[in-house]
Design a protein around this ligand. Structure first.
Ligand SMILES: NC(=O)c1ccc[n+]([C@@H]2O[C@H](COP(=O)([O-])OP(=O)(O)OC[C@H]3O[C@@H](n4cnc5c(N)ncnc54)[C@H](O)[C@@H]3O)[C@@H](O)[C@H]2O)c1
Length: 272
C-alpha cells in the first residue's frame, strides 16, 4: 500500500499492541513522523524497539494531563501536528446483571472520555498549526449488534461514532477532517486463545461474509488512506473494516426466484 505520508506528524494511541502496533510500523514505513503512546510501558517499548526515531510516550489518554502531554510532545518535538489516531480502548466483557459500576465507568473513561480529550487537545493543536489535519477515531462492529457481555464496550464504541460526527461538523471550518474506523473481528487476540473465546470464534467466523478474521494491516491501510491527501473530501463518516459483517451473513446455496406473484415481472409467464 502506498500513501504519501512523508513528513506527516502522526500520533497513534494504544500503540503497545494489536492494531496500534501495526499502525506504528505502517506509518513509519510510509515516512511519517510518529508519536507512539500507550499506558503499557513494556508493550510500547517492544513496538518502538526497531524505530529509534519514533517518539514513544507512556501516558493515559483518559486523563486531561495525559492527552495534553501527548499532543504537546508531538508539537514540541516535530513543530506541528497533522494526524491523531485515537485507537486506544478497553473491552472487558461481563453480563449486565453482574456489571460493576467502577468497571463500567473505567470503560467509558477510556473509550469515550479518552477519545474526547484526545480530539479536544489535537483539535486545538491542529487549529493553532493552520494546516488543517485529520482525527481518526475508533469504534467497533459491536456498536451495531447486541452481543452478550458487551454492554459497556458496545455502547461506549457507539458513543464515539456520535461524538465523531459532531467533531466533524465543529472542526470542518478549520479543514480538520474527523472520521471513524469501525473494525469487525481483527486477529489481535491473545495467543493461545482462552478456551471460551476459541469456541465463540470457531462458531462465528464461518457466518461472516468473508469467513475470516481481518488482519491488523487491513485496518492500518484504511487509516493511512484517511490520513492521506487521497481522502480530502471525506469527513464525519464511519468506515466498516469488517469483511462485510455489518451488512449480513455469509451466503451459501443459490438464489431461486420461483415466486409466482412476480412471473409478470421476471417474464416467466408471458401471458400476464
Ligand atoms: N481487535 C478487534 O477485533 C477489534 C474489533 C472491533 C474494534 N476494535 C477496536 O480497534 C482498536 C484496536 O483494537 P486492538 O484489538 O488492537 O486493541 P488491544 O486491546 O489489543 O490494544 C489496545 C491498546 O490500548 C491501550 N490502552 C488502553 N487503555 C489506555 C489508556 N487509558 N491510555 C493509553 N493506552 C490505553 C492498551 O494498553 C493496548 O495497548 C480499539 O479501539 C478497539 O475498540 C478492535
Amino acid at each position: 500500500m502506498n500513501y504519501d505520508l512523508k513528513e506527516k506528524v502522526v500520533i497513534i494511541t494504544g500503540a503497545a499492541r494489536g492494531v496500534g502496533r501495526t499502525m506504528v510500523n505502517a506509518f513509519v514505513e510510509q515516512g511519517a513522523r510518529v508519536v507512539a503512546t500507550d499506558r503499557d510501558a513494556d508493550g510500547l517499548a517492544e513496538t518502538c524497539a526497531d524505530f529509534p526515531d519514533v517518539v514513544s510516550l507512556v501516558e493515559d489518554i483518559s486523563t486531561p494531563e495525559g492527552a495534553e502531554k501527548i499532543v504537546e510532545t508531538a508539537v514540541r518535538h516535530y513543530g506541528h501536528l497533522d494526524v491523531c489516531v485515537n485507537n486506544a480502548a478497553v473491552a472487558p466483557h461481563t453480563s449486565i446483571l453482574e456489571e460493576k459500576m467502577e468497571v463500567w465507568d473505567r470503560v467509558y473513561a477510556v473509550n469515550c472520555r479518552g477519545t474526547f480529550l484526545m480530539t479536544q487537545a489535537a483539535g486545538k493543536a491542529l487549529i493553532a498549526g493552520h494546516r488543517g489535519g485529520r482525527i481518526i477515531n475508533f469504534s467497533s462492529g459491536a456498536s451495531l449488534r447486541g452481543g452478550p457481555g458487551a454492554a459497556a464496550y458496545a455502547s461506549s464504541r457507539a458513543a464515539t461514532e456520535g461524538f465523531s460526527r459532531v467533531a466533524a461538523i465543529e472542526l470542518a471550518p478549520h479543514n480538520i477532517l474527523v472520521n471513524t474506523i469501525s473494525p469487525g473481528l481483527i486477529d489481535t487476540q491473545p495467543k493461545p486463545l482462552p478456551p471460551d473465546m476459541a469456541k465463540a470464534l470457531e462458531s462465528r467466523i464461518p457466518t461472516m461474509p468473508l469467513a475470516r478474521a481481518g488482519q491488523p494491516e487491513e485496518v492500518a491501510h484504511v487509516v493511512m488512506f484517511l490520513a492521506s491527501d487521497a481522502s480530502s473530501f471525506i469527513t464525519g463518516t464511519v468506515i466498516h473494516v469488517d469483511g462485510g459483517t455489518s451488512v449480513g451473513s455469509r451466503f451459501s446455496g443459490s438464489v431461486v426466484d420461483d415466486d409466482p406473484r412476480y412471473d409478470w415481472v421476471t417474464g416467466r409467464d408471458q401471458s400476464r
